[in-house]
Design a protein around this ligand. Structure first.
Ligand code: PMP
Ligand code: G9A
Length: 401
């Protein structure tokens, strides 16, 4: 059978995620990968998870192994109510929380409940590839807002919203990763955070705050979540346990007004019935036994060392004319090569030289900005950071000359 002809229009339009494809490279042992945004295996609390799993299975095995409600396990949502209040000053109830299979699924659910084909979505330039993948079936149109070292330029956001509303193109959503942005590594300052909220209210547009990296701060002052500044239900917050516990559990939480959570629950019912219950019980224990609080500093110590090492290596080896961001946290930094250097073409030579990165243009809906790339510093070993940056510097120097 020629199955190609049977696929739906949506299936025919599906494109692979660059990151997911590149992840295959990380499995080749001789390539040093700065590509995928993987946590370092050393950051996984294997012993504590084993201890908790043993306890849970012994004490309440059948319950832990049973289906759960689509909203999420009550025990976990209650732990998260406390977590959001204590850590971020966000005061909510259990019904404001939906547990999802990673925040990737939250993005997909939000596309499903908010986006009709042709709707406008405002994103940062560059933005997370995963939103482009999650939203693709719903065929939004993207409008981008430039960033600088202080995150999204909210004066440009203001101009954009004003123009869009004036010509009847009011966006459905503004998507931002305010803290340690993926891919750029930059953080939105406090003034801009407040400005985003003012604009959301003035133009009556919902804001998606995606926050997978906020707990991973290596320098600088902690900043409030957009959600904690939100008094009128404009912010939909997404947190995840992928970077502070384990991405294998696929555990994340969406925090929003009840009407939004309710609609997302309906959308989720048809997708997977519920998020994995075993992970939810384990994470509940992990947080309430105080293990998360104990462990995050270890992850920070490990990643801070890697960030510093990568920055030192770039300072020492990258040629003049190349610029990069200096992130206060998270997992990535963003490199801008001299104009005219094409990181997409250069990628082939990089792989021949056994080093990989993500091509920057993949993070722009219009695939522009060919002279940029994203480097991950959390996954490689220290030795790989040293050798990999040397290899990459050689490739860049050859490309420039
Ligand atoms: N949003 C952003 C900005 C991310 O970087 C990631 C993971 N790389 C995700 C969402 C998805 O994370 P997960 O599904 O593992 O929670
Ligand atoms: O696709 C994944 O495995 C998550 C990583 C995201 C990223 O590299 O930005």
């Amino acid at each position: 059978m020629n199955v190609d002809e049977e696929f739906s229009a949506i299936a025919k339009s599906l494109k692979a995620s660059e990151i997911r494809e590149l992840l295959k490279l990380t499995q080749q042992p001789d390539i040093i990968s700065f590509a995928g945004g993987l946590p370092n295996p050393e950051s996984f609390p294997v012993g504590k998870i084993k201890e908790i799993l043993d306890d849970l299975l012994e004490r309440e095995g059948p319950r832990v192994l049973q289906y759960g409600s689509t909203e999420g396990v009550n025990r976990f949502r209650d732990v998260l109510v406390k977590f959001m209040a204590e850590r971020y000053g966000v005061h909510i109830g259990r019904d404001n929380i939906l547990i999802t299979a990673g925040s990737q699924q939250a993005l997909y659910l939000l596309a499903k409940i908010f986006i009709d084909p042709g709707d406008f979505v405002v994103v940062e330039a560059p933005t997370y590839i995963g939103i482009l993948t999650a939203f693709q079936s719903y065929r939004p149109r993207y409008v981008t807002v430039e960033m600088d070292d202080e995150g999204m330029n909210t004066h440009l956001l203001e101009e954009t919203l004003r123009d869009m509303v004036k010509d009847g193109r009011k966006p459905k959503l503004i998507y931002t990763i305010p803290t340690f942005q993926n891919p750029a590594g930059v953080t939105m300052n406090l003034e801009r955070r407040k400005h985003v909220l003012e604009l959301a209210e003035e133009y009556d547009v919902l804001v998606l705050e995606d926050d997978p990296y906020g707990e991973l701060r290596y320098s600088g002052e902690k900043l409030p979540l957009l959600k904690s500044l939100d008094k009128n239900g404009y912010v939909i917050y997404m947190g995840t346990f992928s970077k502070i516990l384990s991405p294998g559990f696929r555990l994340a939480h969406m925090v929003a007004d009840e009407e939004i959570i309710h609609k997302a629950v309906l959308a989720k019912q048809g997708i997977d019935l519920c998020t994995n219950t075993v992970g939810q019980f384990v994470a509940s224990e992990y947080i309430s036994r105080g293990y998360l609080d104990e462990h995050i500093p270890n992850i920070i110590r490990l990643y801070k060392r890697k960030r510093d090492l990568m920055l030192d290596m770039l300072d020492d080896h990258f040629p003049d004319g190349v610029k990069w961001t200096r992130p206060d946290g998270g997992m990535f930094l963003w490199v801008t090569l001299p104009p005219g250097v094409d990181a997409e073409k250069m990628f082939i030579r990089a792989v021949e030289n056994k080093v990989a990165y993500v091509i920057g243009s993949a993070f722009f809906p219009d695939r522009d900005h060919k002279n940029t790339m994203r480097l991950n510093f959390t996954y490689p070993t220290d030795e790989q950071i040293k050798v990999g940056v040397e290899r990459l510097a050689k490739v860049i120097k050859e490309e420039i000359s």
